[in-house]
Design a protein around this ligand. Structure first.
Ligand SMILES: Cc1cc2nc3c(=O)[nH]c(=O)nc-3n(C[C@H](O)[C@H](O)[C@H](O)COP(=O)(O)OP(=O)(O)OC[C@H]3O[C@@H](n4cnc5c(N)ncnc54)[C@H](O)[C@@H]3O)c2cc1C
Length: 483
């Protein structure tokens, strides 16, 4: 009999409770990663995620060398893989972290639970980053999050004889499809793996953090002044607990206390948002607040295409989208702007934006993605409605147009003072600069003022309705933090 450690979004050896627990037992341990076809085909995911996972696994394999063992990576659906391994070696227990995932993985987990029960296999799931399963409200959540963060991190230590033999590993890789992909490197993207995650964290805490709150909303400066650790957290190269404890250990070193405080609160938001999704998985498809089902939003393929391609005629919106496409990262404010532009100004349903954005965010984390998407779209009814003005944000957060010009090369011909509103160039000026609006760069696809007014009027009608207020009260009762 063997015990299996099933690596999911916890691609690390350190502070890995599932791995730690498996190693406490007598049975040989099989380390497993499943690249599941259901996930591979899902539109939330794209090549950039798979490459990041592959890089994380390679890094992990390197660290496993001292134990003379390997993570076995299979390209199989979970049930098939576990069934076959059970037939070949006999599984006593499966150890993994709880997953707050999309409906496809939730369904898979439920089927797997039945399969394990039938076979008498125990499935021991550990809490992931302080997110608790089965909660009805958030009365005790902060305490339990803090307790989780205060517990010592699990140190990885193992001997080669604690793992399955080479022969057993070979049997599995002969009988099942191995996942051994080859990806072309792309240096525009952050590279996966714990070693890189630790490097980003170190450089942030050593000096990059000092401008955190000043630059957090600025699309270009945020790229260096924010930590950029989100993909390493999303794929589990780093645990939140080890980051929280590292900050606590070094707290006397930080001269800018406010910056480090702002950063630390966001580490708590990470689980706070995932907890919402854990308790409300329906929001992958439905409005958080059902009163917003009354919104009349017609799908407009022309608008959607322009937004996806970064061709809306609003430079900050287009630069943000193209930056995301090219690098997998954009800061929080620009993510909010992209959503607000799509849902409010183009008046499209958030459901039509979700897969596209998820497939572009290298740090795609379902539990943050959906609650944030709905919060920015204004469909929770409990948060302040923010309809971002793309022109005002452009002057405010990219005053010299450096970010815009980096990602919209077609605007480099015109004077900097026009990059925020290129349509203001007169026809004569356009001829002078060899630039034609509508040809080199689109005219704005909507009239900003009337679109803002329309969205605001329509959304406020719902926000003020009895139905929205009643549903809002229920949401608050269930999700407001206490203590
Ligand atoms: C529509 C939308 C979708 C988003 N989708 C994701 C997603 O899929 N994955 C993701 O990690 N973040 C998501 N965010 C939150 C946020 O934009 C990113 O976490 C942040 O920009 C990542 O950059 P950073 O690592 O430099 O963050 P920092 O500002 O350095 O923060 C440190 C960590 O705190 C957490 N964090 C920061 N801001 C938030 C926040 N607002 N909500 C929850 N956790 C936060 C992240 O884990 C982040 O890595 C989304 C925001 C919006 C508006």
């Amino acid at each position: 009999m063997v015990n299996v450690v099933w690596f999911k979004r916890d691609l690390r050896l350190e502070d890995n409770e599932a791995l730690h627990n498996a190693l406490l037992n007598q049975e040989p341990v099989l380390l497993l990663y499943l690249f599941e076809p259901i996930v591979e085909k899902d539109p939330h995911y794209s090549l950039r995620h798979f490459r990041f996972i592959d890089q994380s696994i390679k890094d992990l394999q390197n660290q496993l060398k001292t134990c003379q063992t390997k993570l076995i990576c299979l390209h199989e659906e979970a049930i098939k893989a576990f069934q076959k391994i059970d037939e070949m070696l006999g599984i006593q227990s499966v150890f993994s972290h709880q997953e707050t995932g999309l409906s496809i993985t939730y369904k898979r987990d439920k089927e797997l639970q039945q399969f394990f029960s039938k076979k008498g296999i125990k499935w021991k799931e550990s809490i992931n980053n302080g997110v608790v399963r089965g909660l009805n409200n958030r009365k005790t959540w902060i305490n339990s999050w803090e307790n989780h963060m205060n517990k010592p991190c699990y140190k990885f230590s193992a001997q080669s004889n604690q793992f399955i033999s080479k022969k057993q590993a070979e049997r599995i890789t002969k009988e099942l499809r191995v996942w051994n992909p080859i990806f072309k490197e792309d240096t525009n993207f952050q590279q996966g793996g714990r070693s890189f995650g630790l490097r980003y964290l170190k450089s942030f805490l050593n000096n990059r953090y000092s401008n955190y709150q000043n630059h957090i909303s600025k699309p270009l400066l945020a790229r260096t002044s924010c930590s950029r650790i989100s993909p390493y957290i999303a794929w589990g190269n780093l645990s939140i607990r080890e980051i929280v404890q590292e900050i606590e250990k070094r707290k006397k070193e930080f001269s800018n206390k406010n910056a480090i405080h702002q950063f630390s609160s966001r580490l708590r938001w990470q689980a706070h948002f995932i907890q919402k999704f854990e308790m409300e998985e329906r929001i992958e498809f439905e409005n958080f607040n059902p009163a917003f089902n009354h919104l009349q939003q017609q799908k407009d393929s022309f608008y959607i295409k322009a937004w996806k391609k970064g061709l809306t005629g609003f430079p900050l919106v287009d630069a943000s989208m193209r930056c995301l496409q090219q690098t997998g990262y954009i800061n929080f404010r620009m993510r909010a702007l992209l959503v607000s532009f799509f849902c409010h100004l183009l008046w499209q349903k958030w459901q039509l934006a979700s897969n596209h954005l998820a497939s572009l965010f290298l740090d795609f984390e379902p539990g943050i993605h959906y609650p944030q998407l709905q919060m920015q779209a204004g469909t929770t009814g409990i948060h302040t409605l923010r309809i971002y003005n793309p022109i005002k944000n452009s002057y405010q957060h990219d005053p010299k147009g450096e970010f815009i010009l980096k990602y919209l090369p077609e605007l480099r011909k015109i004077p900097v003072e026009f990059v925020h509103e290129p349509w203001k160039l007169t026809p004569m000026e356009q001829r002078m600069y060899g630039f034609k609006i509508g040809k080199d760069y689109p005219e704005p696809i909507i009239d900003l003022e009337s679109a803002r007014k329309y969205a605001s009027d329509e959304l406020w009608k719902i926000i003020q309705s009895q139905k929205s207020k009643k549903a809002g009260k229920k949401i608050l009762k269930r999700h407001t933090l206490r203590g």
